[in-house]
Unconditional design. Sequence first.
Length: 163
Amino acid sequence: MTLIEPGRAAPSFTLKNQHGETTRLSDFKGSPLVVYFYPKDDTPGCTREACGFQELLEQFESFDVNVVGISPDDVQKHAKFAAKYDLTFPLLADPPGRDGVPAACNRWGTWQEKTNYGRTYMGIVRTTYLLDARLRVHARFDRVKVDGHVDKVLKAAGELSGS
């Protein structure tokens, strides 16, 4: 699958959050939404990214923008990660299926071939989507570098909300 282009409808999902509660994309209809895909809980880059969203969460909320993170980690790992860093926004579990592929990550185009130290493998390509209130892709942030990323997403969210 390829990444979703701006202007396109976001693919639906039904995933469990860190509390084991079912969360659907449609639950967020009516308000803009940040959906960020990250490789793994409690790793340096992923922790900085999650904590960055948490630090600016009130500002996102002031624009009526919700934030969710999605990774292939399971509910229990998400629960530990959220508790350890006081993360209050939903972390959604998209564990790999029988084919080894996390379904939502695949549909959103973030499950891709990666290369690290000469080794090629499939994994999550760090990507953030900003959806409008109709759950269409307003903006997409590719090849995310963690430092400064959340500020860029917040700026785009503010522009989307007209603030």
